[in-house]
Write a protein that binds this ligand. Structure first.
Ligand code: HEC
Ligand code: HEC
Ligand code: HEC
Ligand code: HEC
Ligand code: HEC
Ligand code: HEC
Ligand code: HEC
Ligand code: HEC
Ligand code: HEC
Ligand code: HEC
Ligand code: HEC
Ligand code: HEC
Ligand code: HEC
Length: 450
């Protein structure tokens, strides 16, 4: 390094001596830099080569015999704007890509000093390129609360070409690969993940991120859910208007509590398997709850029978994680109270998946196995106009050790859990619940004459 510096100094010294030397030979040029005149040109650590060579007249021509003239100009430029520069430099080929308007307008001198500079590129601003850019461009994004590292450092040229580019916005490469050049940690994820968020494939990172600076953390274009709603409009309504709101959307990382924004191994961009995503919160005893919600992980752990959709890991088959108008975020109507006589619609949630006529007829030989002869015992228990009981009186929503999702320990009734003691036979069964004596039912040989 030092050797190069010495050589460089020598070179500058030589060229200056050359100028001094040419004072005696080439009167016009040499005299310009010496004596009391134009010595300021030598304050640059790097001179534009023709200046270093003393070839002032390659750009300036004398318009008066006397120099300097008392009034008016004694020198004029041999050409104006870019034309002056392209006398020696190649002009920019408009076919190579879009020109920076400042270049197209021949404003070379806004950025370059024709005589010299203190670094490469003859740039006007001593060290801080962005000072030049901000003469024409809005500096505001760069003064926001969150500024992108390289933008804050003012290294515009890490991302932009100064003159022209075949990429939009004068970028040095297409926008996405530009970002990934530095954010290399995302590359593997984008290449190998099962699910990539569509906007990353279809557009680029700036669909969600500010590139220079912005008002929100992680340079996001909008705050939390608002960003997501700008494309997922249908969820905005749910978010605002649902009668049952899911607290998970309104605190901490909000949408990010469950979703990854970029890519994921799991369906729906979830950060884990769906059931695991839910149980991360609903499987903890110390989970902060305003109401005592059950710990679902312990509720289902080791149980013999899982309700089929849950066995598939799909909590969302029954619960809408984004909000719903029904009890416990269920996807359709299901009564909150223990007593809720069947009427059309009241059990729509269960009947969306199960036999829709389950509760319609007092007598049936096809719609349910819970019958004594033709006598529909589901109807008896649930459709009773005064004390119709909810399904939860007998069935567990998630899992059970007993068959038919009927748990030995039974449903909550106030602080007590009603034991059911269901026993099934080939053609029927019997229960001795906390509600009545053991009663049997038999589909083929009805037990009770009614
Ligand atoms: C590559 C072309 C070029 C060369 C070579 C050049 N000049 Fe200039 N010079 C210019 C331009 C262009 C301007 C107008 C500057 C502006 O508008 O900022 C200028 C302006 C000037 C001015 C007016 C004051 C100023 O700095 O703006 C002086 C004096 C001057 N040049 C002296 C010289 C001398 C002396 C040399 C030779 C040592 C020289 N120039 C070589 C292009 C050149
Ligand atoms: C008389 C010929 C000539 C003219 C006119 C000329 N240049 Fe140059 N310029 C050169 C030479 C020679 C070099 C050094 C070799 C190279 O880098 O191409 C150079 C180098 C440069 C460099 C690189 C300097 C560095 O330190 O990296 C820039 C920038 C530049 N010129 C800009 C301009 C601009 C802007 C104009 C018009 C105002 C202009 N030149 C006019 C001859 C000229
Ligand atoms: C918006 C500012 C800006 C304008 C306008 C501009 N340049 Fe440049 N120019 C730069 C920057 C920045 C560099 C790179 C400096 C570096 O590499 O450090 C550069 C570099 C150069 C170089 C050095 C070789 C190269 O291409 O890297 C030349 C020659 C040059 N410019 C000529 C011109 C000419 C001629 C014009 C007018 C037609 C012009 N520039 C207009 C900013 C500008
Ligand atoms: C002489 C004024 C001027 C200077 C100085 C200037 N620009 Fe520009 N630039 C323009 C104009 C005019 C436009 C077109 C209108 C706009 O987008 O603001 C433009 C557009 C751009 C664009 C968008 C191009 C596109 O394809 O849409 C980028 C990027 C840009 N400039 C970067 C820079 C950078 C980086 C600097 C500093 C090295 C700089 N500009 C300095 C005048 C300038
Ligand atoms: C990390 C890369 C990066 C850096 C550093 C960067 N830019 Fe940009 N810039 C971009 C990208 C990407 C776009 C396109 C934005 C879009 O698609 O919305 C852009 C767009 C622009 C535009 C045109 C659109 C607009 O916002 O007006 C200008 C002008 C611009 N940049 C100027 C600058 C200046 C000046 C600097 C340095 C102070 C700079 N940029 C630094 C990546 C960068
Ligand atoms: C020149 C390298 C470089 C390029 C190119 C670049 N970045 Fe960055 N980016 C950084 C650095 C450095 C940081 C700060 C890292 C840190 O603080 O951990 C950063 C931070 C970020 C952050 C904020 C991280 C946080 O959690 O606050 C986002 C978002 C980001 N970049 C997005 C982008 C996007 C989008 C692009 C493409 C337009 C891009 N980056 C291009 C270097 C780069
Ligand atoms: C659909 C919107 C969206 C798109 C598109 C997007 N991001 Fe992000 N990005 C986010 C969100 C939301 C966060 C905040 C995540 C969090 O809270 O941890 C983020 C965070 C980041 C971070 C900081 C945290 C981290 O994971 O390191 C970086 C860096 C980043 N994004 C880069 C990129 C790059 C590069 C691209 C383009 C390849 C991109 N983003 C595309 C939404 C997006
Ligand atoms: C720029 C638009 C845009 C933004 C912003 C956006 N998305 Fe998306 N998102 C899409 C598109 C397009 C799809 C794919 C089409 C579809 O399935 O609706 C998608 C799909 C999804 C999917 C389903 C993925 C799958 O493969 O099943 C989820 C989950 C998702 N986005 C979550 C989010 C979250 C969370 C945010 C906020 C951090 C967000 N999106 C922001 C455009 C966007
Ligand atoms: C509690 C976890 C959780 C939270 C928080 C969450 N989601 Fe989801 N999201 C899911 C699950 C599970 C699925 C897949 C099942 C489904 O489609 O309902 C999903 C699916 C999606 C889908 C694709 C299917 C559809 O419904 O369009 C989008 C888009 C989506 N979420 C966006 C968001 C947005 C935006 C937010 C923040 C407002 C958010 N999510 C918050 C769990 C969550
Ligand atoms: C980030 C933690 C978190 C995650 C992940 C999460 N939840 Fe929740 N959930 C909560 C909180 C907090 C409540 C409200 C607890 C309260 O009010 O006592 C809640 C409430 C509920 C409720 C009862 C709603 C009501 O008001 O009646 C259901 C049902 C529910 N969540 C299901 C799910 C499902 C299904 C998933 C997975 C798709 C899930 N949760 C993922 C935090 C979470
Ligand atoms: C087949 C439908 C179904 C599936 C699948 C399902 N649930 Fe439920 N869940 C319900 C029903 C119905 C209730 C209301 C139970 C009641 O009070 O009778 C409920 C209640 C809840 C409650 C509220 C508990 C309380 O204390 O009131 C939470 C939390 C919950 N479920 C989480 C989950 C999670 C997490 C998953 C996935 C691991 C899941 N559910 C899967 C049907 C389902
Ligand atoms: C998303 C669809 C879905 C919803 C909603 C649903 N189930 Fe199921 N349920 C199933 C599937 C699938 C099975 C296993 C196949 C079958 O036996 O029908 C099943 C099985 C059962 C069984 C065991 C049947 C057997 O033969 O072992 C009972 C009992 C049951 N569900 C009750 C309910 C009750 C009560 C509700 C409402 C609180 C409900 N289900 C809501 C899908 C659902
Ligand atoms: C009084 C207890 C009780 C109530 C209340 C009850 N069930 Fe059942 N359910 C049973 C018994 C017992 C069986 C098993 C019948 C058999 O296979 O012998 C059963 C079976 C089922 C089955 C399996 C298919 C069938 O019909 O045999 C479904 C589905 C079902 N019940 C859904 C529901 C729904 C939905 C509700 C609420 C609307 C409900 N049950 C209320 C006791 C009850």
């Amino acid at each position: 390094m030092i050797i190069w510096k010495v050589i460089y100094r020598l070179a500058v010294y030589c060229s200056l001596s050359l100028i001094v030397f040419s004072f005696f030979t080439n009167t016009a040029a040499a005299s310009c830099l010496t004596g009391a005149c134009h010595q300021e040109l030598q304050s640059f650590t790097r001179l534009h080569e023709p200046v270093a060579e003393g070839e002032c007249l390659s750009c300036h021509e004398s318009v008066a015999k006397e120099h300097p003239l008392k009034k008016g100009k004694s020198f004029k430029l041999v050409a104006a704007g870019a034309a002056l520069c392209v006398e020696c430099h190649d002009s920019f080929d408009p076919n190579v890509g879009k020109l920076h308007p400042a270049v197209a307008d021949g404003e070379c001198l806004v950025c370059h000093n024709p005589h010299g500079g203190n670094k490469t590129g003859l740039l006007r601003a001593a060290g801080d390129l962005k000072v030049i850019c901000f003469e024409c461009h809005n500096a505001e994004p760069f003064a926001q609360q969150f500024v992108h590292g390289p933008a804050a450092a003012g290294v515009c040229l890490e991302c932009h070409m100064p003159h022209q580019s075949k990429h939009k916005n004068l970028l040095i490469s297409d926008s996405k690969s530009l970002c990934l050049r530095c954010h290399a940690d995302l590359v593997a994820g984008l290449e190998n993940s099962a699910v990539i968020h569509a906007p990353i494939n279809n557009s680029d990172c700036s669909a969600c991120h500010e590139v220079h600076g912005g008002a929100f953390a992680h340079l996001l274009k909008a705050d939390g859910p608002k960003l997501c709603f700008s494309c997922h409009e249908e969820l905005a309504d749910k978010y605002k208007k649902s009668k049952t709101k899911h607290t998970a959307l309104y605190k901490d990382d909000r949408c990010g509590n469950c979703h990854s924004p970029h890519f994921s191994e799991y369906a729906s961009l979830l950060s884990e398997l769906e059931s695991e995503t839910c149980l991360r919160c609903h499987g903890k005893d110390d989970f902060k709850r305003s109401r005592a919600l059950r710990n679902i992980r312990t509720e289902i752990a080791g149980k013999e029978h899982l309700h089929a959709p849950l066995a598939d890991g799909k909590c969302s088959a029954c619960h809408d994680p984004h909000g719903s108008d029904f009890y416990r975020l269920l996807v359709n109507a299901y009564p909150e109270n223990f007593y809720a006589p069947y009427r059309k619609g009241t059990y729509a949630f269960c009947l969306d998946c199960h036999e829709e006529n389950l509760l319609r007829f007092p007598e049936t030989s096809i719609y349910t196995s819970f019958r004594d002869g033709k006598h529909n015992l589901h109807y008896t228990h649930v459709a009773d106009s005064r004390k119709g009981r909810t399904c939860r009186a007998c069935h567990q929503a998630h899992a059970s050790n007993g068959p038919k999702l009927v748990n030995e320990e039974g449903a909550s009734f106030g602080n007590w859990r009603i034991p059911l003691h269901l026993e099934l036979t080939e053609t029927g069964g019997s229960c001795s619940p906390g509600c009545h004596r053991r009663i049997s039912y038999d589909r083929e040989n009805p037990v009770t004459e009614r």
